[in-house]
Design a protein around this ligand. Sequence first.
Ligand code: BGC
Ligand code: BGC
Length: 818
Amino acid sequence: MADRFNMKRRAVPCLALLLSGAAIAAAPPDAPSSPVAHPALWPSAHSPAAITDAATERRITQLIARMTLEQKVGQTIQADISSIKPEDLDRYPLGSILAGGNSGPFGDERANSSRWAEVVRQFRAHSNAAGVPILFGVDAVHGHSNLAGATIFPHNVGLGAAHDPSLIQAIGAATAEEVTASGIEWTFAPTLAVPQDLRWGRSYEGYSSDPTLVASYARAMILGLQGPLVSGRPLAPTRVAATAKHFLADGGTDHGKDQGNASLPERSLIATHAAGYPPAIDAGALTIMVSFSGWNGAKHHGNKSLITDVLKRRMGFEGLVVGDWNAHGQVDGCTTTHCPASYNAGLDLFMAPDSWKGLFENTVADVRAGRIPETRIDDAVRRILRVKAKLGLLDGRAVRDEPAQIGTPAHRALARRAVAESLVLLKNEGGLLPIKPGSRVLVAGDGADNMAKQAGGWTITWQGTDTAKKDYPAGQTIYDGLSAAVRKIGGTATLSPSGQFSEKPDVAVVVFGEDPYAEFQGDVPTLAYRPQDGADLALLKRLRAQGIKVVSVFLSGRPLFVSPEINASNAFVAAWLPGSEGGGVADVLVAGANGRAPRDFTGRLAYAWPRDARSPVTQALFPLGYGLSYARPGRVGMLAEAPGIDISAALNLDRYFQNGRVLAPWSLRLNDSGGMRPVTTGDVASPTGALQSRSVDLAAQEDSRSLRWTGDAALTVEGPRSNLSRELLEGFALVIEGRVDQVPAAPVKIGFAGFERDASSLFGRAGPLRLAIPLHCFTDDKTKLTAVENPLRISTGGPFGLTIRRVGLEAVASQVCP
Ligand code: BGC
Ligand code: BGC
């Protein structure tokens, strides 16, 4: 592997030289083609003097003078807990450790806060060899969101709708209290993206498409997380270092592609995407993370003009610049284990989750050979030590372990208030809302009692897909909240996700929306909502046809084209990704005691709502700032339902089967010696009858399909060519959920993209089934996965009974092959 990388490296010239700002006669700032910034055009800013007080600087100078080259290089590298042991630090004196989205302490995603503190303590104990403790970071991006039991605040898309900087500051402080109570001192937040094309899967991490709002929140969140900086004094023990991310224009990539390229004139970079950085820096942000993405063809991780000339010089940033997850490996001429170009561009701390060892060795050699000036390493180490000093790490900052400070009633109340403030009322025909005293309420939709859906990605796990109510011990689903509030005013609430009822309700609240996703898993080709699956719309229409008034509560990480769903609803509320405190929804939707008006809607759109499925949104259906309230009602007539484009293009290439249906563009086929038969609905058998299939109920009506083999036959999923090499690189697995009805009599093989494995052992017991086979178990050659047409084949030669409920590709923590 290393050889392959080395060959590649030698062949490529050093891009950093090409990008070294002022030395080059750059194209004019309006030209969309140059990746070289003109610092003088950018706003200036300055880290507070309290970061660089003279006494601390002197102390840092002395520390650096005593460090060996290995210790200095070690400071500039960060490893992930899933790929390093505390003892490794005795030999490799790394400066920082992170726990990424899928990395829980001791391999446990659900570890409690004391286990988190323990993992920090262990790494800290081994880091004193270098004389300087490690810095430990996590993605606490909406509350301490990796920790089961923490308060989960609404994702930033919802906080944007609240238009309330003081709320943001309070959330920052509460988050810091929970993070530090589990021993951690650094969060990779806030995201200061200013998303412009909402097909981007990370749109929900951005507060708004409006740079002014992002700028005001940037300051508030930094102050909330860190508190004010005081010269010569460390942050309070309940505060954490913040990270303004991802520098720059992560929300400005072409077609909203995650980690993509922003083809933009420099002035858009400045006017739109840079807006949050000067206020974040002025407020004292201790760290800034560089974006995976690039600008005009050059990845930011190698762009000296942006990192050094703009960020460090023009914007006077004195803290540390951290890289993103192996992102330096994407710079021309670099690999994840070797990247002088990023060092020379000005990156200080490398996020090298699993590549730290090679990067350490190669970097030491680079400095010895003069490919990286030692002064550059000294500057990086100085900035890293500044942050450590500010956190009190150089003065024995304690690893706190205070479970009682996590998920406190006060934090939950704050989160609940944030939920209430984030709701945006898009339609309220005939004053259906608020729900009146004595109402019989049917609560329907698959989001009604679904913590994973209301919390979204970056919650407990990276993708957030596989969490359950028990992971949120004190949390409330939206149904829980509605039920409590409706009962208080003499009504009843009945939960039925599928919308069935025995007694006709007065009103139905239908909660539905996007399933959780993170990063590129959420990228979509159009703004159509679930083009391959009209189940939610059908539910709304069925309820209306039964003469029931319908309130839709839409859960999503972004505005989507839902005009048909809005037409089918009497009232429609955008609730975003509210987090663990679902009760905040009822606080606004349900009347108070004696029929008094509840808290009114104050949320207003922080992103324009699209008129059709096209993106970017050129003509909004509801503009930025829109939002009705009880005090300011408004009328919404029938909306045009044309999506404006061919939405069959809106395909999710990672999901094949769900809710009892195969998802377009895929097809499900039964093959045997007699040929092939596609599965549509109802009962189907392969041509000779060796494999029979029918629709069955596992948890809900017709949510699954049973497969009964009696002889040699195969089930296959087939469709258009899709490129799954990214899924391979990111550790995705082929996931099948359902039930083993009858254990197989003959070997069972599972195929993916033409590769097969014997999987008999996975079906050895009748009962519920969830299997996840990492893609690398089929092949580790990504070039074999650039045009996959057959992502699944299950075959056997004798009796076997299997029910499938869900089939697709998902990010998983365990990479063990069965
Ligand atoms: C994301 C960052 C995150 C980091 C660590 C990256 O993939 O882009 O936002 O902080 O992983 O989990
Ligand atoms: C990690 C995340 C990281 C992502 C990068 C995942 O395996 O857990 O933290 O952001 O990979 O793509």
